[in-house]
Design a protein. Structure first.
Length: 139
């Protein structure tokens, strides 16, 4: 599987009676089996504020590579895909439970995530051989 893009953004209200401004969208675009797919993860924006409860990240951006700042929104869909590779066949995932959201970040090797973004910056892709490389294994 080749990862082509990871990014996230805050949704904005299109109409005054909608609740879009309470949500963020994170996307990961991948290429597999001759087909390009994009997974859109829509989640409650509040989870960004409590990320320190289930990640080592205290502030946003969560890390900086050279001159590129990587925000928490940029990694959410990627982490979901790494934790559950079966999501690569889905187009959308909606998460409104803090417990479900936190479960995706459990046992993730956060020290390896910059490797993906560095490759995306330099080569415009990252070859993911096994998602297990990003999951902490019991000792």
């Amino acid at each position: 599987m080749i990862i082509k893009e990871c990014k996230g953004f805050e949704l904005e209200k299109e109409k005054s009676n909608t609740s879009e401004d309470f949500f963020n969208r994170s996307i990961v675009t991948l290429y597999e089996g001759g087909e390009e797919r994009t997974l859109h993860v829509l989640y409650v924006r509040y989870f960004d504020e409590v990320r320190h409860e289930f990640t080592p990240y205290e502030q946003d951006p969560v890390f900086t590579l050279q001159d590129q700042e990587i925000s928490f929104k940029d990694i959410v869909a990627l982490v979901c895909l790494l934790k559950n590779p079966g999501l690569r066949s889905r187009k959308r995932l909606y998460i409104n439970s803090k417990q479900e959201f936190a479960s995706y970040f459990q046992d993730i090797n956060f020290n390896k995530l910059p490797e993906i973004f560095l490759s995306l910056k330099e080569k415009r892709e990252y070859e993911l051989r096994s998602p297990l490389e990003f999951i902490l294994q019991p000792q």
